[in-house]
Write a protein that binds this ligand. Sequence first.
Ligand code: FAD
Length: 442
Amino acid sequence: MVRRVLILGGGFAGLYAARNIQKLMGHDVEIEVVNRENYFVFQPLLPEIAGGAISAINAVSPLRFLTKAISIRKAEIDSIDPVAQTVTVFQGVQRRPTILNYDDLVIAVGSGSNLSKTPGLSEHAFTMKTLSDAQRLRAHIIERLEHADITRLPEVKKGTLTFSVIGGGFSGVETVGEIKELIDRSLRYYPNICASEIRVVLLEFSERILSEMPESLAKYAHANLEKRGIEIQLGVGVVEATGTQLVTSADEVIDTRTIVATIGNTPSAIIANMPLHLQHGRILVDQDFRAKGYENIWSIGDCALIPMQENSGERENFAPPTAQFAVREAAHLAMNLKAASEQMPLKPFQYKSKGALASLGAGCGVAQVFGLKFTGRVAWLLWRVYYIAFLPGMQTRISVLWNWLMDGFSRRSVVQITAQNNSETRHVLYRAGDRIYENGSR
Ligand SMILES: Cc1cc2nc3c(=O)[nH]c(=O)nc-3n(C[C@H](O)[C@H](O)[C@H](O)COP(=O)(O)OP(=O)(O)OC[C@H]3O[C@@H](n4cnc5c(N)ncnc54)[C@H](O)[C@@H]3O)c2cc1C
């Protein structure tokens, strides 16, 4: 009998799971992937999109290009019903609720951001999670430069040219490095802005940046960013944010019109309403990826809490939320799903990280690969080679490579394209008898 495998989420975990299951189980399964967008986002490249090194359209791949014999459903996942073995999604322009059946359910909906703990942050900070986050940030930075170039008010200019990034982990460090590179390379087109008027600040609550990396590499990254004019404040958090200011835990009030928050990672909001065992907001699974108490519900990627050994208690005994792990989990899941369908024993997941890489922008990076440490240009090249190899789809690889080559030889564009929607209201024409579904309809 053909088993119907429904995969929620088309990110690293979901996409690679679909491909691996298809490869291993072929005609024995019917696979459908449900995702909000019809494309796959390679999140590690988001800072480069924000910095303008890569154009957005070139850094994403249509899911339909990457999956053969796998159905793609562009829809918003709403809820699951493990008893009826169904998932409710909202799809189409009118967000029509649709019920999908499954024999096996794979939940891989990733994570989101929750900035609500700090007053004002959700309202005024940019996040760095989605393609539109990166696009919006780039457009915003260029808008600030345009404004600073023409304003005659010194206090406005000061806030406009102050860019703050919160969080010194991978995405914060890579984002601040790319923002600085974009600004540095754009300044020649803005004659009324002096380099000395630019302030780029990175705030990190702990005592060092890149805590996921060895201390020597973090120190190198710190010194490199400072040399390029980025101010790093360690042991400093954010107390409050407004549209024009940021108040730090060191009592500094920073006049800034740009706040990027790479903190507040939280599992996707829909998980909270699922009738599953959650721990720290993530789906608690066994070492074989089955959600606690269920035989046919599996979860991998950032939304799952995956123990790497029996009775895992410490944080480091759980699989970290990284793309590297998500892809390995996807391969392992396919093996276990096949084993389960053949009533064979399932294998516990075990994997040791092969290393970590971070780009600091401006042709510099830090890397630890198979225990060896690299810094500067070599690390940056390693970072690029690794990500080109890691990108799914030949077309995307070629596009990204081309973007990188062009970026090395040409000027960085300051074109600001934003989709404008000035109207506060929306008019829709209906005919008598039309059925209308709105958010929250059942
Ligand atoms: C800026 C940045 C840089 C990073 N750099 C690195 C790095 O260098 N190395 C590394 O290993 N990792 C890195 N990561 C982490 C890595 O990207 C994640 O760990 C990885 O994407 C997790 O994969 P996932 O499939 O679990 O989630 P995702 O890739 O986020 O995929 C989840 C998918 O589910 C979809 N989805 C969620 N909710 C719904 C819903 N309700 N309805 C429909 N669809 C939904 C989303 O649209 C998305 O497509 C980085 C992350 C960021 C943000």
